[in-house]
Design a protein around this ligand. Sequence first.
Ligand code: PLP
Length: 384
Amino acid sequence: MHTSNNLKKLPPYLFAEIDAKKQELRKKGVDLIDLSIGDPDLPTPKHIIDAICEGAHDPNNHRYPSYNGSQEFREAAAIYLKNTKNVVADPDKEILTLIGSKEGIAHIIFACTNPGDVVLVPSPGYPVYTSASIIAGCEVFEMPLRKDNDFMPDLKAIPKDKLKKAKLIFINYPNNPTSATATDEFYKEVVEFSIKNNLILCHDAAYIDIAYDGYRSPSILEFDGARDVAIEFHSLSKTYNMTGWRVGFAAGNKDILSALGKIKTNVDSSATAAVQHGGAVALESSQDCVKEACKVYQKRRDVLINGLNGKGWKIEPPKATFYVWAEIPEKTDSRTFAAKIMEKTGVVITPGVGFGIAGEGFVRFSLSYPTARIEEAVQRISSL
Ligand code: PLP
């Protein structure tokens, strides 16, 4: 059986060990608390499900959707950007529907690079930046996100030879897995840097609305010059608990979006029309449901951090995302530590190294699990 040479270059799946251990413990009847999964446990709000059902009954939605996404959905995305970020975007040229942001993130690499080009990716980071770059035959340069730089990449440290060959840079704030937010200074710097170095700037904004303590995460499109070089990936998955429905959108530079659209026209036929109808209702309606979900995550965040701090852990409460990125309180590596916690307590957490070498020394807790179970996880870990 033949597979592509690039497919063979994909790094080994670092969570395989954890998955096997999870299965083994489950078989033994261990009551696992799985805080390794970044998938909201909260249901999709009713008004959105009702709209999807209504859309499903409309025979117009039983036919192929339009390639760029429905007019209704793209207009709703423009309304959302205006209402929440004060960004004005043309729904016809500056917004493109995605089947969840993951496919857009992967396809943009195929649209805008050639084999041998360098793609600049954050490390630790969402694995798709790297895997899609490898499948496209690109070279990946990892920009470390270090604690002493508040988990923002040091753009000045990118070697000149890599920068010369670089075509695309990914950033992601609020960040998975570090839960860090970026400063306005960083957004301005990365826009200027991308203009100067002729880079396409891709901002992954999957967690842009999951925020606490009054924090508001900006869109990169709010910053001067961004529209010349940037596109931003939005996901309805985390904002409206819609991971299973598969819908998102990209917004920003019209030429970059047109290239992405060209790839998509040739490999898919856009998101399900009824789901786009529900997505439009989500984006246009009151955002109170998002605030309610954030309140739930904030409570869980506090339960976890207040419970672990003082017991050897020193965790800063994140301002955004539903993850907690915690420095390991022992002198050991993140895989050994996560395996020990699972073995001894049944609590599953993700070793930081799984997100890239620079994630070593940390573990990630996901807050997408019922509050009572997070309380129990804290008790189990604290009693170690
Ligand atoms: N970006 C980041 C940082 C993520 O963590 C995820 C999913 O976990 C995605 C993008 C993709 O989300 P979706 O394809 O559901 O929109």
